[in-house]
Write a protein that binds this ligand. Sequence first.
Ligand code: SF4
Length: 346
Amino acid sequence: MTISHAPEATPSPSRPDELLLSVQDLQVEFSTSAGVVRALDGVSFDVRAGQTVAILGESGSGKSVTAQAIMALLPKPAGSIVGGRILYGGVDLAAEPVGRVRELCATEIAMIFQDPLSSLNPVYRVGWQIAELFRRRRGTPKQEAWAKSLALLKRVGIPDAETRIRDYPHQFSGGQRQRIMIAMAIALEPKLLIGDEPTTALDVTVQKQVMDLLADLQAETGMGMVLISHDLGVVAEVADRAAIMYAGRIVEFGGIREVYDHPAHPYTQGLLNSIPSNTARGERLTPIAGSPPNLLALPTGCSFHPRCPFATDLCRNQVPALRAPEGWALEHLAACHRSEEVLAHD
Ligand code: SF4
């Protein structure tokens, strides 16, 4: 990442409900030795200040590619944005040079990755790594930067922070390292935080603690959040909206309770039926039949049809548009020809 050593201005705080990010009809392709893969096909969603959008789906559905595209982290030269816009503060990130996007991301948009060990530098003390952000980005004097680093470690719940600030990443548990990553991500008070499977490597108790911490920080700072997860249960308590992805497309979108309580797409129903907490004690989980499609050879019509218990000939021949099912909330959308029947069956 290109880092300027000149101090930067602190970004102005977001207004409540301000539109921070608008992803519009985003299309991403990867060139592979076997051919061109359309990894994202017409992905659209907005994120407002103080709002959390969860992007959910199985591996390969396009969740992480969405985050990579926003942060200009698509693997080069294979991956590229071939259509659509990523509007942030009126600037189309998809059309900006990579260096400019990364500069912007370094101060206003932060990302938490699944594996903190790969993001923390193993040869520097964690306190120094956090303090260095303030010194490089804000020109903060050394002692003050160290004090800010300590305050952040306390804020994210590192016990005995006064001592542990001098420890190296490998001396912390997985949950503590993820907290340190969160401390680094929020250090410069980003307007937007993107978490790509931020709790996947953690046990269930620590997962909840990290999610609660993110929710608390959001309430404090008003930042917008995009949380990417394959686990619908993990984000249920903190997200406002849910985007369910399958084969590079959003197949269902809406308020989190609306989507969880009344899934209008058979794929969402399948994901929810495979969450242990959604199943009564003693009842078997129902996994989704089959496996995700090969993006190089997508099924015709609705990509989900080979796995769908509702599939008809129409499904096999015609790609369903994302639409509000008749008689349901206009902001609840599903890409399914039979979403009214799916809702009635739920
Ligand atoms: Fe199933 Fe057809 Fe709906 Fe696709 S369009 S999810 S195949 S019912």
